[in-house]
Design a protein around this ligand. Structure first.
Ligand code: HEC
Ligand code: HEC
Length: 335
């Protein structure tokens, strides 16, 4: 069961009692109404035994007889059903019902069952090397389906991304492009966050943006760029003095031609003024190890995958940052 989901989100207990009271009153009212209709009213003196009203439409008459018994019983049974239902299932305000059922727990149970079935299909690939999985046509097909289901809404159906969502088919990687890097990115997600307003006002941002364009050897306004040079000190800690960034730590290169949000003067100014908070949700808990294995191989095979690094380096990269000896840490991180 998913924590927190089963708790109804009533703002205060008042609503719990309010809804429970309306529900109970509704049931009691129906009972009273049915009861009141099942007694035969005594006739007033002189009243005809059956006919209460004149005849309509030629032969339609209203008789003074009680409602049919089977019809009444049907309603009594419905009321009984609703009471049993409200005891077993959620319905009376925040009362969860004695069965403890919730749509979230049902979903979880179905997901567990389906996952177990699919895991049989995914299992054969789970222990294979990522490069071997990437080369397997069946795995590729499965990876494609998974990608279309879980990733395409952000990265596009072909993985080519869009504004704010990186292209996964080129060989530019924010978090590294070896099979293991990609898998780690998927497992842990990315927290990509840059605070806004670091270059002061709009004018300051315009100056720094032109300095960034100048660093990248692109068309820029020289006097604005000169004015922005000093202000770039506020950026160098993350993007480096030369703007090439530190991709392994999630700080993008801002002097190349690969842009997540756009490389025009206006787009750069917007990045600087408003700040950026991209980030990708971690997928391990949602999708599980087996699916991520197929997905990592699929993404690697989209065209931009880099060759795996030699073992010792890979081990160092895998060590959590706070376990790395400080003098081995890249300068930008140690700052
Ligand atoms: C909610 C939108 C969203 C979804 C869903 C999503 N991503 Fe991402 N992904 C992003 C964003 C945004 C980034 C860039 C993060 C940043 O740089 O701050 C990213 C980055 C990445 C990267 C790193 C690219 C690099 O340059 O290193 C990979 C690989 C990736 N996504 C693969 C996937 C796969 C595979 C899936 C499906 C399981 C997926 N993503 C689902 C939004 C998403
Ligand atoms: C605290 C670290 C940090 C600082 C300081 C910082 N940035 Fe960033 N910057 C980031 C991160 C992280 C991203 C990626 C955000 C994302 O993925 O959504 C980013 C993204 C950008 C982008 C968008 C890149 C693209 O591909 O579209 C630009 C442009 C940029 N920064 C310029 C600057 C400038 C100019 C400064 C100084 C005024 C600056 N940054 C200061 C961390 C930083």
């Amino acid at each position: 069961m998913i924590e927190g989901y089963a708790v109804p989100d009533f703002i205060s207990d008042f609503w719990h009692y309010y809804i429970a009271a309306i529900t109970a009153a509704g049931i009691l009212f129906s009972l009273w109404l049915l009861k009141s209709q099942s007694v035969v009213k005594p006739l007033a003196p002189g009243e005809s035994a059956e006919l209460m009203h004149p005849v309509w439409d030629g032969d339609l008459q209203e008789l003074n007889s009680p409602l049919p018994r089977w019809w009444m019983w049907m309603f009594y049974l419905l009321i009984l059903f609703s009471i049993v239902y409200l005891v077993l299932f959620p319905g009376m305000g925040k009362f969860q019902g004695v069965l403890g059922w919730s749509s979230a727990s049902q979903w979880q149970a179905e997901k567990t069952r389906v996952d177990a079935e699919f895991d049989k299909v995914f299992q054969p690939f789970a222990n294979m090397d990522l490069m071997a999985v990437a080369a397997d046509p069946t795995a590729k097909k499965m990876g494609e389906h998974l990608f279309l289901t879980y990733c395409s809404q952000c990265h596009g159906s072909s993985g080519q991304g869009g504004s704010g969502f990186p292209n996964l088919t080129d060989n530019q990687w924010l978090m590294g492009g070896t099979p293991d890097d990609i898998k780690r990115t998927l497992e842990n997600g990315i927290i990509g966050e840059m605070p806004g307003g670091l270059a002061g006002d709009e004018q300051g941002a315009k100056e720094v943006a032109n300095y960034v364009l100048a660093l990248g050897g692109k068309q820029h306004d020289a006097s604005l760029a000169a004015a922005g040079k000093d202000k770039f000190a506020a950026c160098a800690g993350c993007h480096g003095e030369d703007g090439t960034g530190m991709t392994a730590a999630g700080f993008p290169n801002i002097v190349d031609d690969v842009w997540q949000y756009g490389g025009s003067e206006a787009a750069i100014i917007e990045s600087i003024v408003k700040g950026r908070k991209g980030g990708m949700p971690a997928q391990l808990e949602l999708l599980g190890e087996n699916k991520l294995h197929l997905l990592a191989a699929y993404v690697w095979g989209l065209g931009g995958g880099q060759q795996p690094v030699a073992e010792p380096v890979a081990e160092m990269m895998e060590a959590p940052v706070d376990e790395m000896p400080v003098d081995e840490m890249p300068a930008t991180v140690a700052q």
